[in-house]
Design a protein around this ligand. Structure first.
Ligand code: EPZ
Length: 455
């Protein structure tokens, strides 16, 4: 298992191009199962999760050929998809357990093939993560759904469906923590081929859902209202092929903004989806950072210069995660790392995944002063963090520990960076290009000698 050794204390400065969005690309790859025509996605980041989804699609009879980017600094490569074999409908546990987003194949397979068997995803490091709302939504479209040996088995009942298709309905996707992003992706995708009109109430408003709707429309679907809590889908008889460019990754962009913030840096992000990052921009400005971007450019693909004040002078803030356009849960850990070094007390409340705090104990090992009570953490800013060996637990918690390491005195070793590789393409090389001192070491490289041994 690889690890990062980070020698902290370097100010980051320079320029990066934001990669294509992982969380937009994953359901869009699955959407290729809605047609027997070729679909090509561009600006797809080269990540472990994308490779897993391609492997799953291949098992489901959909060719998924990756064409790497000629320039590694570009937003990403292409993936050419073509679902020629409609007979294989089983997403096996072996793949689903490695990546929860595998559940995105459920809606598309059910809609076109009339049946799907998808292993029920288990819990993960950030919490329980049920899929009950996905299933409720698909059942409202007429699917029969049962659980069998840990698999979701969904079918369109032939008796009362014309041509084995789902039927449009009014579907409510609200849950105890707001809507569901991948649940909206599943139901919206399935509804494109249903008989009649579907109205999704309490739909997720995330930019990744807007991008998926735009791809579906390019394939011939009739989706409107994307980006609002009410999405209307008028079912069509079939979908065709399309070429589509994936939006930039707002979470990757936000993570590098936090890297600038924690190192007192000055970083310009090209291909930056500022429009999707207003909640983070608001908090960073409140903390004393300056964000400059050209209002004349497309606000989803603009250049944004992020300039931080000198270390020690960041102001503390309060923040609560919320569904979009609120502050994203996927940036909570990264902002928490930055607030460890603010001049005063901050409060962070996690309202989407209330247990998503595995990074708190690791940051404490680096000298952070954190007090957690339920979904809230009080962060008392300290003057410095101190390097330590720490353990990455999930994707965004890993990014948080890397950020802390960039600012800490001495060496931080972040173990298990395979979590990072799921969502950040070549993160260490991108940080090095901004002036960071980060080395990726593989399991065969020796552990550093313990410091102060025997004292
Ligand atoms: C997506 O997960 C993202 N994953 C997550 O990003 C992100 O944290 C999350 O949305 C919230 O923004 C991908 O896009 C691949 P949800 P998703 O269903 O769709 C509850 C990352 O780091 N819920 O919107 O699975 C759920 O427990 C990942 O890149 C139900 O109760 O999240 C949570 O509290 C991690 N029943 C809330 O809703 C359901 O059926 C929102 O979850 C579904 C969800």
């Amino acid at each position: 298992m690889d690890r990062f050794d980070i020698n902290g204390g370097r100010r980051l400065a320079g320029r990066l191009t934001v990669k294509g969005s992982k969380n937009a690309a994953l359901p869009m790859l699955a959407a290729a199962l809605l047609t027997d025509q070729p679909v090509t996605l561009t600006d797809v980041p080269e990540l472990a999760d994308i490779a897993n989804m391609r492997r799953l699609l291949t098992e489901l009879g959909c060719e998924a050929q990756a064409v790497p980017a000629a320039d590694p600094e570009s937003p990403g490569g292409a993936v050419r998809l073509h679902a020629r074999d409609q007979s294989r409908c089983h997403a096996r546990y072996d793949i689903v357990r490695t990546m929860r987003a595998s559940v995105c194949v459920l809606g598309p397979m059910l809609a076109l093939r009339g049946q799907a068997r998808v292993s029920l995803p288990g819990g993960c490091a950030i919490g329980e993560r049920p899929v009950d709302i996905h299933l409720r939504g698909l059942a409202a479209l007429g699917a029969d759904i049962v659980l069998d040996q840990g698999d979701i088995v969904a079918r369109v009942p032939r008796a009362h469906q014309k041509r084995g298709r789902l039927r449009g309905a009014r579907v409510f996707l609200g849950g105890p923590f707001g809507s569901t992003v991948l649940g909206t992706a599943n139901v919206m995708s399935a509804a494109t081929l249903a008989e009649g009109t579907t109205v999704i109430e309490s739909a997720a408003c995330e930019p990744e859902i807007v991008d998926l709707a735009n791809l579906l429309n390019a394939m011939g679907a009739r989706v409107s209202g994307q980006g609002s809590p009410r999405i209307v889908v008028q079912g069509v008889a079939e979908l065709g092929g399309a070429d589509h460019r994936v939006i930039p990754d707002r979470i990757e962009a936000g993570t590098y903004m936090c890297a600038a913030a924690i190192t007192g840096g000055d970083v310009t992000l090209d291909n930056c989806p500022v429009d999707a990052l207003m909640a983070l921009a608001d908090r960073l400005q409140e903390m004393g950072l300056t964000l400059r971007f050209d209002p004349g450019q497309d606000a989803m693909r603009t250049s944004c210069r992020v300039t931080a004040p000198a270390p020690g002078s960041l102001r503390p803030v309060e923040v609560a995660t919320q569904p979009h356009p609120g502050f994203p849960t996927d940036l909570q850990a990264q902002l928490l790392a930055v607030l460890c070094l603010a001049d005063g007390n901050s409060v962070i409340t996690e309202r989407i995944f209330t247990e998503r705090f595995l990074h708190v104990a690791e940051l404490s090992r680096m000298g952070a002063r954190l007090y957690r009570q339920g979904p809230t953490v009080i962060v008392s800013g300290v003057r410095e963090l101190v390097g330590a060996p720490v353990m990455a637990s999930d994707l965004r918690a890993s990014a948080c520990l890397v950020l802390a390491g960039l600012a800490a005195r001495g060496t931080t070793t972040v173990n298990r960076v395979y979590h990072l590789d799921r969502g950040y393409e070549r993160m260490e090389q991108r940080l090095i290009s901004l002036g960071a001192d980060v080395t990726r070491l593989s399991a065969k490289d020796p552990e550093p000698a313990p410091q102060n041994a025997g004292q």
